[in-house]
Design a protein around this ligand. Structure first.
Ligand code: GLV
Ligand code: MN
Ligand code: MN
Length: 426
């Protein structure tokens, strides 16, 4: 099956037909539908599929003479009730994620997973078989949309998140990750770094829609990633005093919305001052009555900058402004860092090798930096990692308007197939 049919088969899952956006949150019915889709696609291809101890999905295309390799369909880890099995050494992993931000676009994540299966199809149609294991991975909770920590599945795998803290993370209804995983039939007690799995990976190559307009400006269908800005998420909880909107004199109020508003404006100024980006995209006022002063307002700051020093200065400025405004309004402020990803410089040797494959006989492939986070950025700390970007004409992402033309998606599949052929089939 080629890319278009595979893409169409995933499109309806988790889509909000009102907005056209996606609500594919981890460990929900929509997330389960995506997971079944992944398993079905793997099974149709005779790829061995399984779930690792952190809930990430894997589908393995094994070399024909792999000796002790289990039968297609055999489990990858103890999570599936079978003995753990190490695929390596030297596996080439590709893929991305299937979860979305609230009302997300169709491409951010799924494009990498669908393209991975389509690239394997293309290689098989051309008669190739791998000389080393090839895996398609779909990492769980990449967006952190339900439990707050971005790239949680790859962080846990790579030993970059504490499993006990992860189990205790809660969604907006107070459901813990441990309970959500258990309800979905996955044992949360097995979460944690998987050194055996990591040791078997020679390289991770993630294909992703571009989340900017650089490739459009350069007239290129596909690009390569150089690195990722350092970025993180901070939670600011302003606690004031609930009261009546129509009777409480201004001087008597402890309204947490006011310092929160000051912090949001300070974030914009700090971002401009430090040549970074800062966003408050999620805000929860409680109890949320139109005619009441809030008792508490929680805001989440997403901040990114070209270097860690500028990011620290940016966030420090926002938190200082938030503290000063909270104090001026008689409001308490509690802040915490929910996730942090240091600057990532992707493996130069791997990138050069990909550039050689993609540029053979043609124009050089553009190399771009990005402010967007990716599982490849987390895994880069443990294994050689690289990324391919596919042109996004408007640059819009994290929105139902996110789009890539089908011809560019097909160019992405061709590029990924060429890369996998080079890395795994020769
Ligand atoms: C992921 O898309 C992120 O950059 O937050
Ligand atoms: Mn995203
Ligand atoms: Mn993504």
């Amino acid at each position: 099956m080629g890319f278009p049919a595979l893409w169409e088969s995933l499109l309806p899952l988790g889509r909000d037909n009102g907005t056209g956006g996606y609500q594919r949150f981890s460990w929900t019915p929509a997330g389960a539908a995506c997971r079944s889709w992944f398993r079905d696609v793997a099974a149709e291809r005779g790829l061995r599929a399984g779930t690792d101890r952190n809930g990430n999905l894997w589908a393995w295309w094994d070399p024909p003479a792999a000796g002790a390799v289990p039968e297609p369909g055999a489990a990858l880890s103890a999570q599936d009730g079978a003995p753990a099995w190490s695929p390596g050494p030297g596996a080439i992993v590709t893929g991305s994620h299937l979860d979305s931000v609230p009302d997300g676009g169709a491409f951010d994540g799924p494009l990498g997973v669908v393209s991975a299966f389509a690239a394997i199809d293309a290689l098989r149609e051309r008669g190739h078989s791998p000389r080393r294991p090839v895996a398609v991975a779909a990492f769980t909770e990449e967006e952190g949309a339900r439990f707050g920590v971005a790239c949680l599945g790859s962080r846990l795998l790579a030993g970059k998140a504490d499993p006990a803290k992860a189990r205790a993370l809660t969604d907006r209804d107070g459901v813990t990750l441990a309970d959500a995983m258990t309800a979905a039939g996955h044992d949360p007690d097995t979460m944690g770094p998987d050194e055996t799995l990591l040791a078997g990976i020679a390289a991770y190559v993630e294909l992703h829609i571009e989340q900017g307009r650089a490739l459009g400006d350069l007239g290129a269908e596909v690009g390569l990633a150089s690195g990722i800005w350092p970025h993180g998420r901070w939670r600011l909880a302003f606690t004031g005093r609930a009261d009546h909107a129509g009777t409480t004199r201004l001087a008597d109020r402890h309204d947490p919305m006011l310092p929160c508003a000051a912090a949001i404006l300070a974030a914009r100024d700090a971002a401009a001052g430090h040549e970074g980006l800062a966003t408050v995209g999620k805000l929860i006022p409680e109890p949320g009555g139109v005619n009441g002063i809030s008792s508490r307002v929680t805001a989440w700051l997403d901040a990114r900058a070209p270097e860690e020093s500028r990011l620290n200065a940016l966030v420090g400025q926002v938190l200082a402004a938030a503290r000063a405004a909270a104090s001026a309004h008689g409001v308490d402020l509690d802040t915490s860092q929910e996730s942090f990803t240091p600057a990532v410089e992707f493996h130069v040797g791997l990138r050069d090798r990909l550039a050689g494959v993609l540029g053979a006989g043609g124009a050089a492939t553009p190399v771009l930096g990005t402010g967007a986070g990716h599982d490849a950025g987390v895994l880069a700390a443990r294994v050689p990692a690289a990324m391919l970007f596919v042109r996004n004409p408007s640059g819009v992402s994290h929105s139902p308007a996110e789009h890539a033309d089908q011809a560019d998606c097909l160019a992405g599949v061709a590029a990924l197939a060429a890369v996998l052929e080079d890395l795994a089939c020769r």
